[in-house]
Design a protein. Structure first.
Length: 131
């Protein structure tokens, strides 16, 4: 899963689609990373071009569970977002559902595609070499 991913998330309620990117690092099934998305809501609407967030989670086989939290400088105070899904056998597409950890009524779907398989391969080589 290590590498740069690009995709979108959609809201179930209105179908709104938001593009986003994720940079993920995986070590022994543990995931961490960051996301970037355009500002489409909240206190920085009209003032900043992007929100950033941190993600943490786990991968077991092809099943992936991520928790996303916006960074404090975004001014967003809300429960964590939970992304639950699966990665395909070639580790190039990650799809599933998202919802708030405290309110599953606000939810939707997401799809991420690996931007470059070379990114993941390069990170794997670096990790194996102890870099």
């Amino acid at each position: 899963m290590s590498g740069l991913w690009s995709g979108e998330f959609r809201y179930d309620a209105n179908g709104e689609c938001v593009n986003f990117t994720a940079m993920l690092t995986e070590i022994d099934g543990k995931l961490c990373g960051t996301t970037l998305e355009p500002v489409t809501f909240g206190p920085l609407l009209g003032y900043e071009p992007e929100y950033d967030a941190t993600v943490r989670g786990d991968r077991c086989g092809q099943h992936v569970l991520l928790s996303k939290r916006y960074t404090p400088d975004t001014g967003i105070i809300q429960p964590d977002l939970i992304y639950c899904g699966a990665v395909d056998a070639s580790f190039t597409r990650f799809t599933g559902r998202w919802s708030f950890s405290e309110d599953a009524r606000i939810s939707g779907t997401f799809t991420l595609s690996r931007v470059s398989t070379r990114t993941g391969a390069s990170l794997a080589v670096q990790l194996a070499a102890g870099a």
